[in-house]
Design a protein. Structure first.
Length: 53
């Protein structure tokens, strides 16, 4: 559960012992412990911006 969890942006209990951390504003969670920015323009979402100039 979330009691004593290291989550900085909220927490959701997962199963009997586990927990999943939340994400800061502007991000959404993909899998356990991973956050993906939703601020990046969709046109560059799947590409490295450095290489697309």
């Amino acid at each position: 559960n979330c009691l004593g969890s290291p989550c900085a942006f909220g927490c959701s209990s997962y199963g009997s012992e586990g927990f999943i951390c939340g994400c800061p504003i502007g991000y959404h969670r993909i899998g356990q412990g991973h956050c993906l920015s939703t601020i990046t323009p969709p046109a560059y979402g799947a590409y490295d911006i450095e290489d697309s100039a």
